[in-house]
Design a protein around this ligand. Structure first.
Ligand SMILES: [Zn+2]
Ligand SMILES: [Zn+2]
Length: 162
């Protein structure tokens, strides 16, 4: 039987987010909620840059400045609601963090920037064990594998054979 991926708990339980903010003495503002909704509504991968969030909200005629978005993202990363992922040079992307999504890692094509996610519990388990053995408290665990995707390999070979 196919088990469909559960929707992020942050949306099933917005009170989690609310209580996280309250704990920090912060308010669950409409703007912060709007930003979270962009992640919820984004297509597979949920990897978004601050600029992409700004663009989407502008298209929805939401009046949120880019600096508000930067601040909100920064806050959510600190609260571990979002995690920052380095998928391309000099560009920061964000996605919902564990436990709101299943732990996963990324495979990035260095040529075209295609990103694929993979789940590998062994990788996570080894990392957690290593961290704990050294007395570290895990905040996040992510691997990014930089490689050449099949399509770009094909183009590369065609270029050589021409
Ligand atoms: Zn991801
Ligand atoms: Zn590629």
């Amino acid at each position: 039987m196919e088990i469909s991926e559960p929707e992020s708990t942050v949306f099933q339980h917005p009170e989690i987010f609310r209580s996280l903010l309250n704990r920090e003495g912060l308010r669950f503002t409409g703007q912060r909620q709007k930003i979270l909704e962009v992640f919820k509504n984004s297509s597979v991968g949920h990897h978004l840059s601050a600029e992409a969030i700004y663009q989407q909200l502008s298209e929805q005629r939401e009046n949120i400045s880019i600096s508000t978005i930067y601040r909100a993202i920064h806050l959510m990363v600190n609260l571990q609601i979002l995690r920052e992922i380095g998928l391309a040079e000099g560009k920061k992307y964000y996605e919902l963090s564990t436990p709101f999504v299943h732990p996963h890692h990324h495979l990035v094509c260095v040529q075209c920037g295609t990103v694929q996610e993979f789940e590998e519990d062994l990788v996570t388990a080894v990392s957690v064990r290593e961290a704990e053995n050294r007395g570290f408290a895990i905040a996040d665990c992510q691997f990014t594998v930089f490689a050449l995707c099949p399509n770009c390999q094909k183009l590369h070979h065609e270029g050589i054979n021409r």
